[in-house]
Design a protein around this ligand. Structure first.
Ligand code: NAP
Length: 501
C-alpha cells in the first residue's frame, strides 16, 4: 500500500520529508515538501510507494502559487529577501559615512524586487518537482479529502476526482491567513499570501495585527521607504519576551513607523480603484466607543492564521480536532487519535509554528515508522528569529514565562545594551541593541532563555541554541572566549550584568 501526504499549503519542509518517505515507505497522504534525501539503497530496502497531494486554494484576490507551501512561496523565503532589500537601503545610507559617494537619488523599484524574488521562488518550485520525480514520489496537484477509512479523494483544478487508498497518511496542510469578517475586508484588503507577489508598489500601507507577520512586513515596507502604520489591538508580539517586544516597537517608531494602539478596524471602503487604489479604514477603540478614520493605498491583514483542517474530511475518518482552533492534537509521536493518520507542522495543537520544527518532526516520524529509529521531536528550546528592522533572536523562555514557571526568586536575568561597531561610524542607533540571558538559579544557573536584539540576530542565536540544547550554564558561558569585535560577544564573559530587581 502507498503512503499519502496531504498538503494544500504546508511549508517547504514537506518536500524533503516526501523524499525521505519515498526512501522508506509505501503509501499516499496529502502534503510534504522538504527533507533529507536518503540513499537509494534504503529506498530499495523499504520499497515504499509515496504520493503527495498538494493544492493551493487561491486567495480572495485570486493569487496562488507552486509547490513548496507557505514558507517557500508566501512566508519565510520572500519575507527574508524583502527584509534584505530594506537592510540594503539602510546600508546605502550608512555607506556615505564610509566614503561612498553617489550623486543620483537612490530609489527603490518594487517591481524589480518582486520579480527577482518570484524568479527565485520559481526555481525552488521547480527544484522540488524534480526532486520528487527523482525519488519516484507520485505528485498530484489536487485537493485531498478523506472520504472513508484509508481512502482519500483527490480533486484537481478541473474538478476531476480520483480515489486513492493508503496504509498510512500524513497531514501537513498548514494554515492560511485569517480575515477580520468586517465589511470590505475580503474585497479590498490583502494578506501575506498576496503581498510578496503584488504586481504594484503598495504605497501608503496600514498593517493590521502586531505579531511576527505584521511587524516583519511593516518593517520591510517602511525600510523600502513607504509610509506605514500598524494598528495594534493589544500588545506587540504576544508570547515573546515583552521587554524585547517593546524595544522592537520603540525602534520601529523611531524609524518612522506609525502605531495606532488599541484600535481594531470595523469597516474598509474603497475610495478609488487603482494599483494601488485608495481605501478608507474605519476603526474602533478597544477601550471605548471612539471611532477613527484613515486613508491608505493598501490594507494588509496580519491577524493570525487558521489551520486548514476543517475541509479535508477528518470527520469522515474520526480524527479529532480542537473545535475552537481547528488544531489537531497528537501524541509525542505525531500520531492523531486515528492510529494510521499522522500530522506535522502548523496544524498541531500546542506546538510551534515554525518550518524547521515541522521538518524535524517529519524526518524523525519517518525514521521511526520505517527505519526502526526511536528518537522523538524535541519541541523545547527551539530557536527562532523575528526579522523586524532590528532583528530579534530568541531561544527558550521569555522572562515572563520563566518567572511563571520557576518563580521570580529562582531566576537570574543578565542583560546589556550594546552598539554594533558597524553602526558607530554612521552614528546610528546607539544602545538600541540588547541581549538578555535568563538563568535558573536552582539548576546551577543553567541558561533557560536567550534573547538578542541586533544585526544578524538569527545567525547569533543559532549557535547559542546548540549550546543551550547541550545544557549550558552561566559559568560555561562566562568561560567562553569572545570573538572581537562582533555583536555576539556581548552574550559572553562579563559583558552581561545582573538585572536589578
Ligand atoms: P499570530 O501570532 O496569531 O498573531 C496575530 C496578531 O493579530 C496578534 O497581534 C493579534 O492581537 C492580532 N489580531 C488578531 N485578531 C485581530 C483582530 N480581529 N483585529 C486586530 N488584530 C487582531 O499570527 P501571525 O503573526 O500571523 O503568525 C502566525 C504564525 O506564523 C506564528 O505563530 C508564527 O509562529 C509563525 N511565523 C513565524 C515567523 C518566523 O519564524 N520568523 C514569521 C512569521 C510567522 P492580540 O495580541 O491582541 O491577540
Amino acid at each position: 500500500m502507498p503512503i499519502f501526504f496531504l498538503s494544500s499549503f504546508f511549508s517547504y519542509c514537506m518536500h524533503r520529508l516526501i523524499q525521505k518517505i519515498n526512501d522508506c515507505l509505501a503509501v499516499p497522504l496529502q502534503i510534504i515538501h522538504y527533507y533529507l534525501i536518503k540513499s537509494h539503497k534504503e529506498a530499495a530496502k523499504y520499497e515504499k510507494k509515496v504520493m503527495v497531494l498538494d493544492f493551493v486554494a487561491p486567495t480572495p484576490l485570486g493569487n496562488s502559487w507552486g509547490l513548496g507551501g507557505t514558507c517557500v512561496n508566501v512566508g519565510c523565503i520572500p519575507k527574508k529577501l524583502m527584509h534584505q532589500a530594506a537592510l540594503l537601503g539602510q546600508a546605502l545610507q550608512d555607506s556615505r559615512k564610509f566614503g561612498w559617494q553617489f550623486t543620483e537619488e537612490v530609489e527603490h523599484n518594487w517591481m524589480t524586487m518582486t520579480e527577482s524574488v518570484q524568479n527565485y521562488i520559481g526555481s525552488l518550485n521547480w527544484g522540488y518537482r524534480v526532486a520528487l520525480r527523482e525519488k519516484n514520489v507520485t505528485y498530484e496537484n489536487a485537493y485531498g479529502e478523506f472520504v472513508g477509512p484509508h481512502t482519500v479523494k483527490a480533486t484537481n483544478k478541473r474538478g476531476v476526482e480520483k480515489l486513492y487508498t493508503a496504509e498510512r497518511f500524513l497531514i501537513a496542510t498548514g494554515e492560511r491567513p485569517r480575515y477580520l469578517d468586517i465589511p470590505g475586508d475580503k474585497e479590498y484588503c490583502i494578506s501575506s499570501d498576496d503581498l510578496f507577489s503584488l504586481p504594484y508598489c503598495p504605497g501608503k500601507t496600514l498593517v493590521v495585527g502586531a505579531s511576527y507577520v505584521a511587524l516583519e512586513c511593516a518593517g520591510f515596507l517602511a525600510g523600502l521607504g513607504l509610509d506605514v502604520t500598524i494598528m495594534v489591538r493589544s500588545i506587540l508580539l504576544r508570547g515573546f519576551d515583552q521587554d524585547i517586544a517593546n524595544k522592537i516597537g520603540e525602534y520601529m517608531e523611531e524609524h518612522g513607523i506609525n502605531f495606532i494602539r488599541e484600535f481594531v478596524p470595523i469597516k474598509v471602503e474603497q475610495i478609488e480603484e487603482g494599483t494601488p487604489g485608495r481605501l478608507k479604514v474605519i476603526a474602533k477603540s478597544t477601550k471605548g466607543n471612539q471611532i477613527i478614520e484613515g486613508e491608505y493605498n493598501t490594507v494588509l491583514l496580519a491577524i493570525g492564521r487558521d489551520a486548514c483542517t476543517r475541509k479535508i474530511g477528518l470527520d469522515k475518518v474520526g480524527v479529532k480536532i480542537n473545535e475552537k482552533t481547528g488544531k489537531i492534537p497528537v501524541n509525542d509521536e505525531e500520531q492523531t487519535n486515528v492510529p494510521y493518520i499522522y500530522a506535522v507542522g502548523d496544524i498541531l495543537e500546542d506546538k510551534l509554528e515554525l518550518t524547521p520544527v515541522a521538518i524535524q518532526a517529519g524526518r524523525l516520524l519517518v525514521q521511526r515508522l520505517y527505519a526502526g529509529a526511536t528518537s522523538k521531536c524535541d519541541y523545547v528550546n527551539v530557536p527562532t528569529t523575528v526579522f523586524t528592522p532590528l532583528e530579534y533572536g530568541a531561544c527558550g523562555y521569555s522572562e515572563e514565562a520563566a518567572v511563571e514557571k520557576f518563580g521570580e526568586e529562582n531566576i537570574e536575568v543578565y542583560h546589556s545594551h550594546f552598539w554594533p561597531l558597524e553602526w558607530t561610524v554612521p552614528s546610528r542607533d546607539n544602545n538600541k541593541c540588547y541581549a538578555k540571558i535568563i538563568c535558573n538559579i536552582q539548576d546551577n544557573e543553567r541558561v533557560i532563555g536567550f534573547h538578542v536584539l541586533g544585526p544578524n540576530a538569527g545567525e547569533v542565536t543559532q549557535g547559542f541554541a546548540a549550546a543551550i540544547k547541550c545544557g549550558m550554564t552561566k559559568e560555561q558561558l562566562d568561560s567562553t572566549i569572545g570573538i572581537h569585535p562582533v555583536c555576539a560577544e556581548v552574550c559572553i564573559r562579563s559583558h552581561l550584568i545582573a538585572q536589578l530587581s
